[in-house]
Design a protein. Structure first.
Length: 131
C-alpha cells in the first residue's frame, strides 16, 4: 500500500512549470491527493502560467488533469474543518481546507508554504524531503 500525501497548490503549480515536483508526482512511489478548493487556487495562476509557458489554457487544463492526484470534495473532510481552522485559520484561511484533508486522511502534507511551519503541522513535507 502506498503512502498518501496531500498536495498543496504551490506544488501543483511547480509541477505544471516542469519543476522537480513533476518528477516526484509521476514516480509512482506515493499516492497523491488534494482538494477541489486547491485546484481552484491553482487555476487562478493560469494567466501567468500561460504567458510563462507560452501555452493555452486548454493545454494547462489537460496538464492539470494529467497529474496523478486524487481530488476530494469538501464533504469528505468537512468533519475536520473545525480542527483545521483552529490550527491555521489565524495564519491563512486559504490553507484550512488542504489541512483538513490531511487531518482526515491522517497523513503528510506536501507544501512549500511556511504557514504550515508556523502552525507546527507535524507531518509537513517539503520537496527536498523526497530527494
Amino acid at each position: 500500500m502506498k503512502i498518501i500525501v496531500v498536495v498543496d497548490a504551490n506544488i501543483i503549480v511547480s509541477a505544471l512549470l516542469g519543476g522537480k515536483p513533476s518528477d516526484i508526482l509521476f514516480n509512482g512511489r506515493f499516492q497523491f491527493a488534494t482538494t477541489e478548493f486547491t485546484l481552484k487556487e491553482v487555476k487562478k495562476y493560469f494567466p501567468k502560467l500561460e504567458k510563462k509557458l507560452g501555452i493555452s489554457q486548454e493545454k494547462l487544463i489537460f496538464l492539470l488533469e494529467s497529474l496523478p492526484i486524487t481530488i476530494y470534495g469538501k464533504d469528505f473532510y468537512k468533519d475536520k474543518l473545525k480542527e483545521a481552522n483552529k490550527i491555521i485559520a489565524h495564519i491563512d484561511k486559504k490553507d484550512v481546507e488542504i489541512l483538513a484533508l490531511a487531518l482526515k486522511l491522517e497523513t503528510f502534507l506536501w507544501s512549500q508554504d511556511r504557514h504550515f511551519e508556523k502552525a507546527k503541522y507535524p507531518k509537513l513535507l517539503k520537496t527536498y524531503d523526497f530527494i
